[in-house]
Design a protein around this ligand. Structure first.
Ligand code: FES
Length: 209
């Protein structure tokens, strides 16, 4: 081959291999030479949606039952409830004790023809003693609590009248349908619970037994 042809062939070879080396180096720079991790591995390790969950921890016994939503449970009939009556019931879990009463005066979130039928959780918000034995409908009051004398105003959403409690008594949302009174929701946290729907047996399960 003539010398000119040999020189042209060498230059073409060097240009070709030089471009290839540049591409190889660019490709290598996308990876950490000291790690076996690929970019996909790193994303999977730091993705919080796969490593975290909203579920609360189970109880130490592991015997946790729960509701996904508040049930609608019949408590009484309007026609059978006279002013001053007090009916105790559990809702939404067993051992979550509540009381329903007819005050004879219109109340916040009261139902019935006179808006005077209300229900509340019975666990005092100070330290959890029950006030179900000290409900006084004629005074629109629950209390004084037998433990430390807090009393709650049943016509004003369970507002603390006096005593050591600092939170209102949780009110039970009621609904009247066809003359029947249903519990549908709990306003506020029941004393001693992190979630009103967890760590207990749903009351519907108890009623079906
Ligand atoms: S538990 Fe009711 S006032 Fe303390």
């Amino acid at each position: 081959m003539p010398d000119d042809d040999i020189d042209r062939a060498r230059r073409r070879f060097l240009q070709t291999t030089g471009a290839g080396a540049t591409l190889i180096l660019a490709g290598c720079s996308a990876f950490d030479s000291d790690s076996d991790e690929t970019p996909t591995d790193t994303q999977e390790e730091t993705n919080p949606s796969e490593s975290e969950t909203d579920d609360p921890p189970e109880s130490p016994s592991g015997q946790v039952e729960q509701l996904d939503a508040y049930p609608r449970v019949k408590i009484a009939s309007v026609s059978e409830l006279s002013t001053g009556d007090v009916i105790e019931f559990e809702y939404p879990l067993q051992e979550q004790s509540n009381f329903l009463t007819r005050l004879g005066e219109q109340a916040w979130d009261g139902v019935g023809p006179d808006g005077d039928i209300v229900a509340f959780n019975a666990m005092c918000t100070h330290a959890g003693c029950s006030v179900s034995g000290s409900v006084e409908p004629e005074d629109s009051r629950a209390g004084p609590c037998p433990c430390h004398y807090t009393s709650f105003d049943l016509s004003k959403g369970g507002l603390v009248n006096m005593g050591q409690a600092t939170s209102d008594l949780p009110q039970i949302d009621l609904e009247v349908d066809g003359g029947d009174i249903y519990a549908t929701y709990v306003e506020g946290l029941v004393w001693g619970y992190h979630n009103n729907l967890r760590t207990g047996t749903p009351i519907e399960a108890a009623q079906s037994n």
